[in-house]
Ligand binder design. Structure first.
Ligand code: NAD
Ligand code: MG
Length: 371
């Protein structure tokens, strides 16, 4: 079999170290790579959009190497990160007689990755798992870092575990079938990595973003660079005690907008909230005199060019008043003692954690944005 070219991004986490492979056509090599991990069986977990497109090819590749496979297909969407689905996946993994040496394979976006990863963390007190992320967001963000989990009635991602995968296969050809809106949403997280601490990567994005969308070699480069950036942060701070918070650039505003739109993906998906949040974080930094206004304009210009929203007025159905937005932010777990913690920027590629930002300053800024 012809071996496709791919990029390897190592995640050096000691005895939990693993590789992320990025490239077109990797799914065809999944069998030999997973067999090399010593597994004899694999329980594939997927959703109803992705399964019909790719589960058969993945299972065939595994069967060709003598691995036993099973496929569990769940409804697409955030509601699948539930206790009910967790039970279904855990029972399917046990029914497939997945033992300690075997594997769970998550074939899907972040919803499937988080759910299947959590099931793998708890079944038999932990079996190994492999991520085959199929959305841009999951290739650049959710499949890296080992956070797994489901949602509770009390909020998103409140029940989960850190469980690192044994391997991540990011087959960038799978993104050819991803709806454009999901593509753009994942791209907001790609641009975010440049904005956090890598001005050169942001400039590269400005020059090369179209190739990421059309599936040229730029797509592989962008996915690999994003994984390197996230892996760097994760390796410094695996359990989110410090630096990992920088990954939340744009997310304090973004989460508030998701909450206000009631997580209704018809109105706003996560990456769209992040895009508006990134633009707001830079304009807020500029309004506080921390960051040149020209940098904030550059951020907005690039996100808009890629088709992403950048203003509160872009939220379909509106986003409420400044006070409603502040309330939504105050529910975020990044709030301590009434003051808010933001990720702000001195310029593109120089973001920092800013604790103790007074609510009044945020309100004044939001009011100016709403006018
Ligand atoms: P998702 O899994 O819902 O996928 C988005 C949509 O695209 C779904 O309808 C899915 O069926 C479809 N899809 C995926 N791949 C496709 C393909 N190749 N072709 C056609 N359709 C495809 O959402 P997502 O944006 O991938 O992930 C969001 C989830 O990730 C959220 O639950 C979020 O909490 C989680 N997340 C986790 C982490 C982490 O560190 N664990 C980080 C960020 C986000
Ligand atoms: Mg995010």
């Amino acid at each position: 079999m012809e071996s496709p070219s791919f990029i390897t991004v190592p995640v050096p986490l000691g005895d939990r170290a693993y590789d992320i492979l990025v490239g077109r056509g990797l799914i065809a090599t999944a069998g030999s790579r997973i067999a090399a991990l010593g597994a004899r069986a694999a329980a594939i977990v997927t959703d109803e959009h992705v399964g019909p497109l790719y589960a058969e090819a993945l299972a065939r590749s595994l069967n060709d190497q003598g691995l036993r496979t099973s496929v569990t297909t769940l409804p697409p969407g955030e509601a699948t990160k539930s206790y009910a689905s967790l039970e279904q996946v855990c029972d399917a993994v046990l029914a497939a007689r997945i033992e300690r040496g075997d594997l769970v394979v998550a074939l899907g976006g972040g919803v499937i990755g988080d759910l299947a990863g959590f099931a793998a963390a708890v079944v038999r007190r932990g079996v190994r798992f492999v991520q085959v992320p199929t959305s841009l967001l999951s290739q650049v963000d959710s499949s890296v870092g080992g956070k797994t989990g489901i949602n509770s009635r009390h909020g998103k991602n409140l029940v989960g575990a850190f469980h690192q995968p044994s391997l991540v296969l990011a087959d960038t050809a799978l993104l050819d079938t991803l709806p454009i809106r999901e593509m753009r949403a994942g791209y907001a997280e790609v641009a975010k990595y440049g904005l956090i601490d890598d001005e050169r990567f942001f400039a590269w994005c400005e020059a090369n973003w179209q190739g990421v969308f059309t599936g040229g070699p730029e797509r592989d480069e962008a996915v690999a660079q994003s994984c390197r950036a996230k892996a760097d942060v994760v390796v410094r701070d695996e359990h989110e005690n410090g630096d990992r918070a920088l990954l939340n650039l744009g997310h304090t505003f973004g989460h508030a907008l998701e909450r206000i739109t009631r997580y209704d993906s018809a109105r706003l998906v996560h990456g769209e909230g992040v895009a508006i949040g990134l633009a707001l974080a830079f304009r807020f930094s500029a309004s506080l005199g921390l960051c040149p206004a020209a940098d904030a304009q550059r951020v907005e210009a690039h996100l808009s060019a890629a088709g992403l929203p950048t203003r509160l007025s872009h939220v379909p159905g509106g986003c409420g008043t400044a006070d409603e937005l502040l309330d939504a932010m105050a529910q975020d777990k990044k709030v301590k003692g009434g003051a808010l913690t933001f990720i702000l920027a001195r310029r593109i590629g120089q973001s920092f954690i800013a604790p103790g930002i007074e609510a009044d300053k945020v309100r004044t800024f939001l009011e100016s944005e709403l006018n």
